[in-house]
Design a binder for this molecule. Structure first.
Ligand code: NDP
Length: 279
């Protein structure tokens, strides 16, 4: 029988770790599948997805800048995607319809609370950025009953729109970077600034003593925001590699009904990126 086909679409996609992660999951769980990465710009998204599923593809991940298009494409939406208005996982169901889901939020929560034991309940949480990633994480964060949830963004209207949309789920506030004048226990960087080696303009006194910093972005070296956290006394300053593996595990579970063990995969990817460069 043909091997079940999966893929991640995004633009750019060249350094995606998703094929490696899903390959490791498949090996670990004894599942037979193939997972590849394809560079798909937004204007080719619809035709690429239609072709993929018409050819028998079982499931897709969608990353920057395709998550909102994937949300529009899905025939059905899971609750998490409905709220987020962004989809990172598409799955072909037995009736041929395409289900859209969003596993980013649960992926972040699993990494923060299970892997790193960072308490969110009753914490003062600051989210930087108001793009697709923020949309995926706001509802799961509010479910943790933080003391405070603030979204700061360069374009204030985008943060305000999210605060309005999610207002029914709990109290959250939108502001600009210059308005931040209190301390936070957890600061999550959901801007894409790190990808360009950049940082949002952050005051020096917004991280509480013993607070944690978490950059959703990840790289082989510490990101600019991870370094900001270290400079400002964070007890933990982490990047988004763990979240990447955790959101992938949720997608794998949705597709295959089997939950991979994320720990050995995170450990392996972490070991690989701290290897000294070859001479
Ligand atoms: P979007 O393009 O949707 O949003 C980007 C956000 O970053 C916007 O709010 C934008 O502000 C802000 N921004 C960009 N550059 C700067 C800058 N120089 N200074 C201040 N703000 C800036 O991206 P996503 O939300 O989809 O992704 C955000 C990040 O999260 C990416 O780094 C992505 O890799 C990461 N991510 C990681 C995941 C993981 O599994 N680890 C999963 C999902 C995302 P403005 O609105 O003003 O333009």
């Amino acid at each position: 029988t043909a091997i079940d086909q999966y893929a991640v679409f995004g633009h750019p996609i060249n350094h995606s770790k998703s094929p490696r992660i899903h390959g490791l999951f498949a090996e670990q769980t004894g599942q037979r599948l193939q997972y590849r990465a394809a560079d798909v710009p937004a204007e080719l998204f619809r035709s690429a997805v239609e072709t993929f599923f018409a050819d028998g593809g079982k499931g897709l991940n969608c990353t920057v800048p395709l998550k909102e298009l994937a949300w529009q494409f899905a025939d059905r939406l899971g609750d998490r995607a409905l709220l987020a208005k962004a989809v990172n996982t598409l799955a072909r169901q037995t009736d041929g319809r395409i289900l859209g889901d969003n596993t980013d939020g649960v992926g972040l929560l699993n990494d923060l609370t299970i892997n790193h034991r960072i308490p969110l309940r009753a914490s003062r949480i600051l989210v930087l950025g108001a793009g697709g990633a923020t949309r995926g994480i706001v509802a799961p964060l509010l479910e943790q009953a933080p003391a405070q949830l603030v979204i700061a963004n360069r374009t204030l209207e985008k943060a305000e729109a999210i605060a309005d949309e999610f207002a029914d789920l709990g109290e959250l506030h939108a502001c600009g970077y210059a308005d931040l004048n209190s301390r936070f226990d957890v600061i999550l960087n959901a801007t894409s600034a790190s990808l360009g080696g950049d940082l949002p303009p952050l005051a020096d006194d917004i991280l509480a003593d013993g607070g944690c910093c978490y950059d959703l972005a990840y790289a082989n070296q510490p990101t600019a925001f991870v370094n900001w956290g270290l400079r400002h006394g964070a007890s933990l300053s982490l990047d988004g590699l763990g979240m990447l593996v955790e959101q992938a595990a949720e997608a794998f579970y949705l597709w295959r009904g089997v939950r991979p063990d994320t720990r050995p995969v995170i450990d392996l990817l972490n070991r690989e990126r701290t290897l000294p460069p070859l001479r």
